[in-house]
Unconditional design. Sequence first.
Length: 621
Amino acid sequence: MAAARMRGLAMTRRLHEYRTDAAMESHLETFGRTLDAYPVGACPLTMELTMLHNAKTQSCGKCVPCRDGIPQLEDMLASLLDGDGTPADREERVAEMRALAELVRDTSDCAIGYQPATVFLDAMRTFEREVDSHVHESRCLSDRRPVIPCVSLCPAHTDVPGYIALIEKGDHAGAVNLIRQNNPLPSACALVCEHPCEAHCRRQLIDEAINIRGLKEYAVDHAPGDEVPVPQRGPNTGRRVAIVGSGPSGLTAAWFLALMGHEVVIHEANELPGGMLRYGIPDYRFPKTRLDSDIAGILAVGNIEIRCGVHIGRDLTMADLRRDHDAVYLAIGAQAGLTLDLEGGDAEGVVSAVDMLHGLATGERPDFRGKRVVVVGGGNVAMDATRTAIRCGAEHVHVVYRRRREDMTALQHEIVGAVREGARLSALFAPTHVEKDDRGHVAALWVQPQMPGPHDHAGRPTPVPADKPPVRLAADVVLIAVGQGIESTHVEESGLPVTRRRLVADDTGRVAPGVHSGGDCVTGPSTVIEAIAAGKVAAYAIDTDLGYHHTIDFGIEVPHPGPNNRVPTGRVEAPLREPDLRRTDFDYVGEPMTAQEAGQEVSRCLRCDHYGSGALVGGRC
């Protein structure tokens, strides 16, 4: 009887422990959502204090450095944040914290001790300005302030809560115009933006981030850019601005400069405007009719002329542009496909993915019927090339990437979409050489298996060769999608500063007197919304250089918010067409969000522009 009772007590105890651990898991999930929604603009040292407190609760208490050192670090950092003592006292305290953290890092038994100390030391280096401000001013940096997460994380600072509120009221045209207050390409961002605005959405404190991009798509579905009246253009200033390139950055700069009253002439090398939006993104992701709608909306402002088929360096020189215009904006993008220096890389059938996509946009559809295609790369261009090859009849499409799958820079839904449409994806495979047949055509791509090594400066494991034999991948076509280059030769020859084929510009895009630049030709290949942000910044900087300080009134009134919907509710995702159907054509892969779905999604917005920190930053953004 006693033994049975003991076994029963043990089982009861284990059941209690299991239930407790399960409850802990639930609480940790909530804690994780809190971290996901960590306030943008918060003091990083306050965040570090929270991390130290969390590390202290995990200590097992066995080794002294972890058990006693981390609580001491927490107390000392709290004292610094409270402003205790004189500046000299606080400076001495910082030195003591660094020494203590090094001791904890070097002498703790396990990662529970040495990892928090390592992170602490890294924070003290990374946020040195914040540390100095607390030491000498006894306060956070003046530029650290509460912000509205979705607005601050959008490179163009689009008023997200405002246009969501307008969608909720059924004013789709107002929503589109509010978007165009900062971004004149609403359709482009609705369909291809990487939506960084969602990263710290405070709705995550309750359930999941709002589908901001999906709601933007819903708005432009009901109010296309060419059907929404544009704001009144300002009086003509008599100033002329030349823009080189009609991609997202160039079009954005033209929009704002024309609204200010300046005359804009865009010089575009291709036959049609749009840059990589037209010549780099396939129709199944971004139908060209949607791009044309956005461009028509921009041109509706007036005072904008687009001259296509004009090559700078051949038809016009930089000297011509600077002589005939009051200002020049270079937005030449990054439209040249990079290649790999591989043995056999000159074989027939080795093609730049960027060039293939450009050809597709001009009507040169490749015939991959019955062919085996290998795509090299892990970015969005690689996924576009993969899904295009499938639609062009390839019998087998295999993507190889030298890093891990989680290190791929392509959007996650693009990777998933490619796999569901039939592509095979192999990570940790580095190309070594191309095998040719006796006709000089591709026969196979040879790859060397890799394994994850030490982390690089970006925090990703560096791939290193694995002790495994090379692998032969039979292929008829090899698509190289390892990046994009910038054709900056003429710009460099004109005397403008260029480093590693990128133009050198300051924070406002200024390259030289009278010359600005922005987008991919300055930053390297980046996102559409970042190019749009660069065009907006440069437009206002050019306006200032021309002697003006224009403001643009879009005349939009944002509805006042009602009470928050705090009921945990699932995030609405607009459906996609079935993979077996969409892989056969270039029709848009998505299906529209319904009014019911959009209505639920807009109701989840917490209106951070009016509640919480929104009240501290003055409501409207």
